[in-house]
Design a protein around this ligand. Structure first.
Ligand code: AHR
Length: 629
C-alpha cells in the first residue's frame, strides 16, 4: 500500500541493518556443525598442532574384517594439491572375505536417514599393480551395511570418484567404511560424505535445520568468520580468505584457535552464498595484520602477546584486503571476480561492509597497520563501509584508545563487544543515549549476558530496546556466540545448541528473532509510558514505513506486572486487531536439548485502541504489531 499520503508522525531514523548475526567457528559451529560434511578429518590434515594427541589419521580406524591384512600409512610425496599435503596409502595385501581398509567415526558418529541420498566423493589413485576394487559403505551401529557402492580404481593419477548412497535404515550412529576388496596399493584423499538435503540444496552446503533457524531470524547481516578466529593466535594462524575459496581439495586447512581444526570447507564462497540465500548483507572481518594479544595463550601455556605482520609484507597484505572487494563485487573480466564466477556466482555479491580487526589490543603496531589498511580501502573503494574495532572488553576497562583512533580517522563504524551479568545490561541501557550523533557509529559485534535463562534473555531484550531507541548511533548489533555443539563446546552461553540430529534454540534466540523480525525503520519517543518508571521496564515504539505497521516492544525484567500505556494518536488510522507475541517464563527457566520448547514465544490477537493499555507480565518481552489503514 502507498503510505506516502498518510499523516507523517515524525520520528527518528533507525539503521536499516540494525539486527544481524555473528558467526564464528567456535564450539564446532562450522566443521561438525553448520557445514554439513559428515566425515571428520576427510583430508588427513589433522595434526598435533590442532590438539596434542591429534594426527593425520585421527578419527579414522584401520580395519581388517574377515581375516584380511595390509598396511596404511600417511604420505606426502605427491599430493592432489600442495595446500592439501597429506593423503592415505592403503596397501591391501590380503583382502580375505570382506576387504581391508578404514572407517571414519564422523563428528561423534554419522547420522543418516533411511531413503535420503548422501553424496560420497573421494580422490584416489592406483599406486602399483592391478586396478583395485574399492567398496564404500555406510555401516549402522550394529555393523549392518546400510548402503554401499564399489569403484574400480584403475587410474594411476589422482581422480575424483563420486556416487550416491541411500541408507536402507535410519541410524544416528553410523560410520563410513572404505575397503579395498581386491589386492593392490592405492592412495586416498578428501573422502567426503555429504547429505544431498542441504539448506537450499547447495553443493558443499549447510546443515538444513541449523541454517533454517538462522534464516528464521531474518538477520540484516552476518558477520563472519569470527571473533578471535579472525586474528588467530599467531601470524601463521590468521584467517586468510584466499585460502578458503576454490575446490575444497585445494583449500588450506589450519588449526582452529578454539582447540580444534578448520577444513575451510565452509569458506568465503559459502559464507557469501548463505548471506545471499537468506537476504543478509555479508560482513566479512579481516585481520588488522596483528594476531590476538593472547597469542599462544588460548589452548597453550603462556602467551607470546600480540604479533604484527612485518612492515615489508603490509603492501601485499593490503592488496589481499582489496582483492576481496574485487572477488565479491568485481566483473567476470577481473582476476578475482573471475574466481567467483568460476565458483558458480556470475553476479556480484554486493559487498558493502568490511570489518578490519577483532578486539585487537590497541597498540602502536595495531594502530599503524589498521590505518594503512583503512586508508587504502577507503581510497580505492569509497563505496565500502569499514568497520573498525575498539579493543577487548575485560570488565571495567573502557574503549577509549580505540575510540580515539575512530575519531581521529572519522571511521564510519567501530565494533564494541561486551559479555556480562544481566544486571550490567540493565544498568547500561542508557549507554548510547549520550553518544555523539552524526559521528562514528557503533557496531555491537558481540554481546551476551552470561546465561541462557529467561532472566538473561529478558535483560538482553531490555538492552535491545535501547539499541532501537539509539538506532541512529547504533548501526548494527549481533549476539555472540551463535552456535554450540553439545559435548564440543568451548564457550557458554550460546544462542543455539545442537547435536548431530537435534537443535535447541535458547530463550535468547527468541529475543533476537522477535527484535529482528519486528525491526522498524523509524523510532518514536514518548509513545510508551509506564505507571512507575523504573529501570526494570523498557518500552519502545517503532514503525516499519514500508508496511505502515506500528510495532511496540515492551520488556518487563521485574517480578511484578507493569502497567503500560501507549499513546498512538500521532499515527493515522489503526486496525484494532493487533498481532501480539509474548515471550515469558520463570526467571531461571531455560530451553534444553531434551526440552527445547520450554520457553517459546506465544502469539495471539490483541484488541487495541489509540490509547492502548497493557499489563506486561513479569519477566517478559511483548511485541505488539499494529496495522495502519
Ligand atoms: O564470542 C567468543 C569470543 O569472544 C570471540 O571470539 C572474541 O571476539 C570474544 O572475545
Amino acid at each position: 500500500q502507498d503510505i506516502s499520503k498518510k499523516k507523517s508522525p515524525g520520528g527518528r531514523k533507525i539503521s536499516a541493518d540494525l539486527f544481524g548475526l555473528f558467526f564464528e567457528d567456535i564450539n564446532y559451529a562450522a566443521d561438525g556443525g553448520l557445514y554439513a560434511e559428515l566425515v571428520q578429518n576427510r583430508s588427513f590434515e589433522y595434526a598435533p598442532g590442532d590438539r596434542r594427541d591429534w594426527h593425520p589419521f585421527s578419527f579414522w580406524q584401520y580395519i581388517t574384517p574377515g581375516y584380511s591384512y595390509g598396511t596404511v600409512s600417511v604420505e606426502t610425496s605427491s599430493p592432489i594439491h600442495p595446500n592439501n599435503p597429506h593423503y592415505l596409502v592403503l596397501n591391501a595385501e590380503h583382502v580375505g572375505d570382506s576387504g581391508v581398509g578404514i572407517r571414519n567415526q564422523g563428528f561423534g558418529k554419522i547420522p543418516v536417514r533411511a531413503g535420503d541420498g548422501y553424496n560420497l566423493s573421494l580422490f584416489a589413485k592406483r599406486m602399483s599393480g592391478a586396478p583395485v576394487s574399492l567398496q564404500v559403505s555406510i555401516e549402522g551401529k550394529n555393523g549392518k551395511m546400510l548402503a554401499q557402492h564399489v569403484f574400480e580404481i584403475a587410474a594411476s593419477e589422482w581422480k575424483q570418484y563420486n556416487c550416491s548412497l541411500v541408507p536402507s535404515e535410519t541410524d544416528d550412529s553410523a560410520t563410513l567404511v572404505v575397503l579395498a576388496t581386491s589386492k593392490g596399493k592405492l592412495a586416498l584423499d578428501v573422502i567426503s560424505l555429504f547429505p544431498q538435503k542441504t539448506f537450499k540444496n547447495r553443493a558443499n552446503g549447510l546443515r538444513a535445520d541449523l541454517a533454517q533457524l538462522l534464516a528464521d531470524i531474518h538477520p540484516k547481516f552476518i558477520r563472519f568468520p569470527g571473533g578471535c578466529l579472525v586474528h588467530g593466535d599467531g601470524l601463521g594462524n590468521m584467517y586468510r580468505w584466499k585460502n578458503t575459496i576454490g575446490p575444497i581439495e585445494e583449500r588450506l586447512e589450519q588449526r582452529n584457535i578454539w582447540g580444534y581444526h578448520q577444513t575451510m570447507g565452509l569458506g568465503y564462497y559459502e559464507y557469501f552464498q548463505f548471506c545471499e540465500d537468506i537476504g543478509a548483507k555479508p560482513l566479512p572481518v579481516l585481520p588488522a595484520a596483528v594476531s590476538c594479544q593472547n597469542s599462544g595463550g588460548t589452548w597453550r601455556i603462556g602467551s607470546t602477546g600480540q604479533q604484527a605482520l612485518p612492515m615489508d609484507s603490509m603492501q601485499s597484505y593490503i592488496q589481499e584486503v582489496l582483492d576481496l572487494v574485487e572477488w565479491a563485487n568485481g566483473p567476470a573480466t577481473s582476476f578475482w571476480g573471475s574466481k567467483r564466477v568460476a565458483a558458480g556466482h556470475p553476479a556480484p555479491f554486493n559487498l558493502q561492509y568490511i570489518g578490519i580487526g577483532n578486539e585487537d589490543k590497541i597498540t602502536p603496531e595495531f594502530q599503524q597497520r589498521f590505518e594503512m589498511i583503512y586508508q587504502a580501502v577507503k581510497a580505492k573503494h569509497p563505496e565500502i563501509t569499514i568497520v573498525g574495532t575498539v579493543g577487548p572488553f575485560p570488565e571495567g576497562e573502557d574503549f577509549s584508545k580505540g575510540w580515539e583512533i575512530a575519531k581521529s580517522l572519522s571511521l564510519p563504524v567501530v565494533d564494541e563487544h561486551y559479555y556480562s551479568k544481566p544486571e550490567w545490561f540493565v544498568s547500561n541501557q542508557y549507554r548510547y543515549d549520550t553518544y555523539k550523533r552524526n559521528a562514528t557509529r557503533v557496531y555491537i559485534g558481540e554481546y551476551a549476558s552470561w546465561g541462557n535463562t529467561v532472566k538473561n534473555a529478558i535483560a538482553e531484550a531490555l538492552y535491545m530496546i535501547s539499541l532501537e531507541r539509539n538506532g541512529d548511533v547504533v548501526a548494527m548489533a549481533s549476539y555472540a556466540p551463535l552456535l554450540a555443539k553439545n559435548g564440543f563446546t568451548q564457550w557458554k552461553p550460546d544462542m543455539i545448541y545442537f547435536d548431530n540430529t537435534r537443535v535447541s534454540p535458547s530463550v535468547n534466540y527468541y529475543v533476537q528473532q522477535l527484535f529482528s523480525t519486528n525491526q522498524g525503520d523509524t523510532y518514536f519517543d514518548n509513545v510508551v509510558k509506564y505507571e512507575t518508571a523504573d529501570s526494570l521496564f523498557a518500552g519502545g515504539c517503532v514503525q516499519d514505513k514500508r508496511t505502515g505497521d506500528i510495532i511496540l516492544k515492551l520488556v518487563n525484567a521485574g517480578s511484578t506486572v507493569k502497567k503500560v500505556n501507549a499513546n498512538l494518536s500521532k499515527f493515522g488510522n489503526i486496525v484494532s486487531n493487533a498481532d501480539c507475541t509474548i515471550l515469558q517464563g520463570d526467571p531461571a527457566a531455560i530451553n534444553s536439548m531434551d526440552k527445547p520448547n520450554a520457553v517459546v514465544p506465544v502469539r495471539s490477537t490483541l484488541e487495541v485502541k489509540k490509547d492502548l493499555r497493557y499489563e506486561a507480565p513479569p519477566m517478559s518481552l511483548t511485541v505488539i504489531r499494529i496495522k495502519t489503514r
